[in-house]
Design a protein around this ligand. Structure first.
Ligand code: ADP
Length: 384
């Protein structure tokens, strides 16, 4: 079933708008992720869809039916939260069947559905155990199973994996993707973790301060961020951003089609060793599969208001510890065995097609197509 949010606003008493005129369509069967820094309004938006918060303005449609005022229990939606809230004194089997029992489903039907869900989630061996006898990942699967067993029209998930350790999160992520492929149920998933968003979402909606910044496939978000905030928030390590004038920054230069002042973005993976930008290696991190290098370049760390704002909000400024000399630095991702050491003088090169350009004032992506046609325009629907 599809979910449509139309110009929805939620204002709590005396606070700024937690959700500010957000319009979003989740297609039938789609896995949509809502992502953004803490406090950006993701959970509130999810609760509005679930009906456990009332909208201040705007409308919400489920399968084209206006549910804005409909009781949450009648929306045929199941929520999975970060805390599993399993009943400790009930077995896994009883926990899974609990919601169905409340809804007066017949005993045989409950047993059949619980068995089916246990099979899907690999919980068959654990049906008679209590939650206290399960690992975190197993408990999370039971929580997921409790939602699945109801056979809802949609799942709403609020950071369901954030209580798990890093390794388990990765494996649960893969299981969730497989589960979604198998069940094909429309899912809206909230996370603050951009890696989780990019790996799970068929499309990802990026929020900041209650305002939708961009809703796109992971590839589009990564390759064509609509503004500086999305550019800085999505991708790890974060995109390098410098202020440039006609492609020049300090004594460095790259071939850029933007003649005036703009903010240049270069992904760490798009920088290579080769003639171009002189740099001095400051940090080398060997991760086994690749090497991350932070290299100082001969350019001032100029910060337009738009850039400073985007970096603050996205918490992406991971080179701040190196900022004492007021020089800019680039993060570069090189091969695992790249021959670099701290103090080395290197040169970095970038394919001009891989450059990103943002308006220095608004922070919105510069539309190079329009630029070629003689006009300078920005593509983002709404400013940062
Ligand atoms: P996120 O899930 O992105 O971390 P939330 O949706 O929880 O963000 O919150 C968005 C904003 O709304 C925050 O500024 C938060 O302080 C505020 N907020 C959330 N719930 C309430 C509430 N019940 N009362 C007042 N303000 C709230």
């Amino acid at each position: 079933m599809s979910i449509r949010v139309e110009a929805v606003t939620k204002a709590y008493k005396n606070g700024p708008r937690a959700v500010d005129e957000v319009s979003l369509e989740v297609r039938d069967g789609e896995f949509m992720v809502l992502v953004g820094p803490s406090g950006c309004g993701k959970s509130t938006l999810l609760k509005l869809i679930a009906g456990i918060e009332e909208v201040t303005d705007g409308r919400i449609y489920i399968s084209d039916r206006d549910v804005t005022l409909l009781d949450p229990r009648k929306r045929d939606i199941a929520m999975v939260f970060q805390s599993y809230a399993l009943y400790p004194h009930l077995s896994v089997r009883q926990n899974l069947g609990f919601g169905l029992k409340l809804r007066k489903t017949g005993k045989a039907e409950i047993a059949a559905r619980v068995d089916e869900v246990a099979r899907i989630l690999g919980l068959e061996e654990m049906l008679d155990r209590k939650p206290g006898e399960l690992s975190g990942g197993q408990r999370q699967r039971v929580a997921m199973g409790r939602a699945i067993v109801r056979e809802p029209q949609a799942f709403l998930m609020d950071e369901p994996l954030s209580n798990l350790d890093a390794k388990l999160r990765v494996s649960m992520r893969a299981q969730l993707s497989r589960l979604h492929e198998r069940l094909g149920v429309t899912t809206v998933y909230v996370t603050h973790d951009q890696v989780e968003a990019m790996t799970l979402g068929q499309r990802v909606a990026v929020l900041r301060g209650g305002v939708l910044q961009q809703c796109d496939t992971p590839e589009q978000l990564f390759d064509h961020p609509a503004n500086l905030f999305v550019a800085a928030f999505i991708g790890s390590p974060a995109m390098n951003l410098v202020e440039a004038e006609g492609g020049r920054f300090g004594s460095c230069a790259v071939p850029s089609p933007v003649e005036g002042r703009c903010i240049l973005g270069i992904r760490p993976h798009d920088l290579k060793l080769g003639p171009g930008i002189p740099a001095v290696v400051q940090v080398v991190e060997r991760l086994g599969t690749e090497t991350h290098v932070v290299a100082g370049i001969d350019a001032p760390r100029l910060r337009s208001a738009a850039l400073a704002d985007a970096l603050d909000a996205s918490a992406a400024d991971d080179d701040v510890l190196l900022a004492e000399d007021d020089r800019a630095s680039f993060t570069v991702v090189l091969d695992a065995r790249a021959p670099v050491a701290v103090g080395d003088r290197i040169e970095l090169t970038v394919d001009p097609d891989r450059l990103h350009h943002f308006d220095a004032d608004s922070g919105n992506a510069v539309d190079l197509g329009a630029l070629a046609g003689g006009r300078r325009e920005v593509v983002a629907p709404r400013g940062v």
